[in-house]
Design a protein. Structure first.
Length: 243
């Protein structure tokens, strides 16, 4: 299948085009003002989000915060390679790549994907809810049954609940947290994380419309930045149960 213009642009921005493909795309870029404008927009947004997340990515994680999240010793913590690339979406929402880019080069520079190994002492919490409670956006949490989820953003709904979009295998979904710390899926569509690479992608078309409708129904506010999300996780989502 021939890659779309947006897919080729994403690959070019991520430095993945080589040889004849690179020459052909750069020739197209030079002759197509609309494509050049889109490339400038995506490139500028990649730089913006990289700058926003860089302080968090470079800063050491506070051991006290890890302990509050249930990740202190002796809980095992394994580091996985970061995603190599993230596919662009040709029907983006306001918070997707043209607004909050999640390009592969950006993801690699932001965080190392981590596997949060479940620990004892949480018999009343399901692993899915624990993973959404503890995992920063763009990191990955591996559940006991082998599933891996990758949160992409955190935003507050009009009813006061915190909600997160995440990828899991072949799907992408929106889930919201109740006052008991239980995360409930509100909508899901095709997309998510590749089982081979861990890359995060969102499908276009009908499935994208499902997520759009969920965002409108929930009246989600703007997504939190990295620092605000980290503080929210450390504060156990406003003091409600996270363990």
């Amino acid at each position: 299948m021939t890659p779309s213009r947006e897919e080729r642009l994403a690959a070019w921005l991520d430095g993945e085009l080589t040889g004849a493909d690179l020459d052909a795309f750069e020739a197209e870029l030079a002759s197509d003002p609309e494509l050049k404008a889109l490339a400038d927009e995506w490139g500028a947004n990649d730089a913006l989000i990289a700058g926003a997340f860089a302080p968090v990515a470079e800063a050491p994680i506070d051991p006290a915060m890890l302990e509050r999240l249930g990740l202190g010793e002796p809980a095992p913590l394994a580091v996985l390679p970061p995603p190599s690339s993230l596919a662009a979406n040709d029907n983006p929402l306001w918070w997707r790549r043209h607004a909050l880019p999640l390009g592969g080069a950006i993801a690699a520079s932001l965080v190392a994907a981590v596997v949060l190994a479940p620990r004892g002492g949480s018999p009343d919490r399901d692993p899915f809810s624990l993973a959404l409670d503890r995992t920063p956006s763009l990191a990955s949490a591996e559940l006991p049954d082998g599933r891996r989820i990758t949160p992409a953003l955190t935003a507050r709904a009009a009813d006061g609940r915190w909600c997160r979009e995440f990828g899991e295998g072949g799907k992408v979904a929106v889930a919201c947290r109740d006052t008991k710390g239980v995360w409930t899926i509100e909508a899901q569509g095709a997309g998510g994380t590749s089982s081979n690479t861990g890359d995060y992608a969102v499908a276009a078309g009908a499935d994208d419309a499902v997520l759009d409708a969920a965002h409108r129904r929930l009246k989600l506010a703007d997504p939190l930045d990295a620092a605000a999300e980290q503080a929210l996780i450390a504060n156990e989502w406003g003091g409600h149960p996270s363990r």
